[in-house]
Design a protein around this ligand. Structure first.
Ligand code: SAM
Length: 233
């Protein structure tokens, strides 16, 4: 049985391809390493999760595909399951941006190897990009993937330095103006939609925190609309 990946995981797989070995941190179902090894896109993989249950799911599918010799499973948190330099690429996908940041920060010796990091934060993407810029990483590729009305951001980074010239790059992707991804407008529309929800929920509230949030989100929507207009012209 060949694994059919979702559009999000397909894009993540395309960002990993080109290396010999990879680790999927927070693998859950294990689809990504199974797909990569099963299609000879990498020769060796480590599938890891902090929870026993998901790792069991991954073990079942690895065994069904008879890939036990090439895919090793490891139970543990974040990059603690890896030795520095053990694999050529590390994926952390489907987790919150703050968790991904904390897991990178917790194991700097592993994170800062001259290796490829493929990160797909579900939220707090801007916080993660800021962390990467401030912590000796550079973004070498940005990708987007759409599933239904969601647009996922995939960040590929390696050790190095980078300079953000526009604060909106933290939100929309490093050098997004140059990049002009076909899904960039869809990403902006999604972010506007999410900010509008915040505006609606904070509009009638009287607390200082809510008023600040209302202002910030309203301003952010204006900026996003401006970028959208520029990109559409
Ligand atoms: C939503 S799933 C994402 C699965 C897969 N990576 C994907 O993108 O489809 C998140 C997985 O991360 C695992 N996880 C959460 N915290 C973790 C940590 N500190 N270290 C490793 N895995 C973790 C969870 O157990 C869960 O299986």
């Amino acid at each position: 049985m060949k694994i059919k990946l979702s559009p999000r995981l397909e894009v993540i797989a395309s960002c990993v391809a080109g290396v010999k070995s990879m680790a999927d941190i927070g693998t859950d179902h294990g689809y990504l390493p199974v797909y990569l090894v099963g299609n000879n896109l990498v020769s060796r993989a480590i599938a890891s999760d902090t929870n026993q249950q998901p790792l069991k799911k991954a073990e079942i599918i690895i065994s069904e595909q008879q890939l036990e010799k090439q895919i090793e499973t490891r139970l543990g948190s974040g990059l603690s399951v890896l030795k520095p330099g053990e694999v050529d690429a590390v994926v952390m996908a489907g987790m919150g941006g703050l968790l991904i940041r904390d897991l990178l920060e917790a194991q700097p010796d592993v994170a800062r190897q001259k290796k490829k990091l493929v990160l797909q934060p579900m939220n707090n993407q801007a916080v993660l990009r800021k962390y990467l810029a401030a912590s000796g990483f550079r973004i070498i590729r940005e990708e987007l993937a759409r599933e239904g009305d969601r647009v996922y951001e995939i960040i590929v980074a390696e050790p190095g330095t980078m300079t953000f010239t526009n604060p909106l790059e933290y939100e929309l992707g490093f050098e997004f103006y140059l990049y002009k991804h076909p899904l960039l407008i869809a990403l902006i529309e999604r972010k506007i939609f999410l900010e509008q929800q915040i505006v609606r929920s904070t509009r009638a509230k009287t607390t200082v925190v809510a008023a600040k949030q209302f202002q910030e989100s309203s301003l952010f929507i204006e900026k996003l609309n401006e970028v959208k207009r520029c990109l559409s012209n």
